[in-house]
Design a binder for this molecule. Sequence first.
Ligand SMILES: Cc1cc2nc3c(=O)[nH]c(=O)nc-3n(C[C@H](O)[C@H](O)[C@H](O)COP(=O)(O)OP(=O)(O)OC[C@H]3O[C@@H](n4cnc5c(N)ncnc54)[C@H](O)[C@@H]3O)c2cc1C
Ligand code: SF4
Ligand code: SF4
Length: 428
Amino acid sequence: MTEVVATNQTILVVGGGISGVTAALETAECGKDVLLREKSPTLGGRTALLYRYFPKLCHPTCGFEINLRRIKSNPRLRVMTLTEVIGIAGTRGDYTATLRISPRYVNENCTACGACAEAVETTVDNPFNYNLDRMKAAYLPYAMAHPQRYVLHPSIIGSPDAEKAKAACKYNAIDLDMREQTIQIKAGAVIWATGWRPYDAARIQPYGYDRFANVVTSVEFERLADPHGPTRGKILRPSDGNEARDVAFIQCAGSRDENHLRHCSRICCMASLKQTNYVRDAYPGTGKSTIYYIDIRAIDRFEDFYARVRADATVRFVKSKVAKITEDQKTGDVILHGVDTEGYHRYANRHDLAVLAIGMEPSVNAAEIPAEIIADASGFIESAPEHSGLIGAGCATNALDVNRAVQNATAAALRAVQVVNNVARAEA
Ligand SMILES: Cc1cc2nc3c(=O)[nH]c(=O)nc-3n(C[C@H](O)[C@H](O)[C@H](O)COP(=O)(O)OP(=O)(O)OC[C@H]3O[C@@H](n4cnc5c(N)ncnc54)[C@H](O)[C@@H]3O)c2cc1C
Ligand code: SF4
Ligand code: SF4
């Protein structure tokens, strides 16, 4: 294990999603030394996997481009990807973080020319499309990835494919001798921005996600709508590749449910309202959406967005918690069963595709973070004691939209700056 010494003035940011990037930039731009560590091969987190952002329906890459420019122009901010923080010990002003660095097998010489990807034959599941398609085992995670550097999948190391990739690279960028490393670093304050993950849809048995091809999750639907996604932006049914023109959205899938997540995931109403736009735009004149909901949670300025979708003739609202989904085995259609609570009549409604507005849970359960963090019942970071230098940010603290995640991360940055300033003052 290598020991990397940093000072008690260093701020460590764990997680390179929009919250971690925001917190890292805000602290570095206050003149602090900042280490930003991300476990995947690229910055961006889950927002990079969205097609468009509510409420403005802009592309997530727009705002991210500005952040990348700020990162590149700030020498105080040092970014490492493929680096997972696996442990934190210590107290305010004196933390030691243990980091596991996975090999990329590609060094800084990489120009992202793509020749290695052309040379290899092996394909692997593509996590950047939620495994809906496969990608070459030499890959750039997505077009805007940062760093713009290819990755070799560990499964080909030691195989002829790895040698083919190396032979194809004209820039001496492939290093097959890279190995996993574990190192330790010191920090005076830690911002914990490890974000969220979608609830495991297969656990909601009545909805048949693990049995019916045409039941997908809302995060997968983002990829289906995206021109860079597995269907090149065409909303097609996984079962037969036919156009999905009649789409059902099922709210509270896994949320507000004693058997699954007890909390309201707060984002999924807005996500489904947004996704009805994808259906309408993909199939002008014929695309239609039905939202099955208990109640719609669209707060503040999102209320206007909701009102616009309400007024859209292509969108129907059914006030009902869907009881179960069955499949027409001949056609692959999904049939939703339940009771409409506005008319109190039973329905069995047929659709091309069902989208589960899946709940959000913390990607790291705060109760498992080995430091003085207080977790809420769902595993989000609730707070840290007053004296702590370990501060939660973004969706590690709650299910938040991007705007609120950024606000929350900016507040975390301010607290981290105060922590290291107070440590310096106490030592003076
Ligand atoms: C279907 C759906 C659609 C949505 N659409 C919108 C929308 O249109 N508009 C909007 O405002 N919001 C939307 N959201 C919410 C949005 O995705 C979140 O607000 C955003 O992802 C929060 O960013 P974050 O950085 O907090 O977390 P994340 O995006 O989850 O980033 C966390 C990062 O931390 C990294 N990480 C985790 N553990 C470690 C570790 N131990 N060490 C190092 N790195 C680690 C992860 O790899 C990840 O990159 C949507 C959510 C859903 C479910
Ligand atoms: S590793 Fe080499 S071949 Fe592959 S993209 Fe980078 S420069 Fe091109
Ligand atoms: S945001 Fe809407 S869909 Fe999501 S859990 Fe809350 S009420 Fe249900």
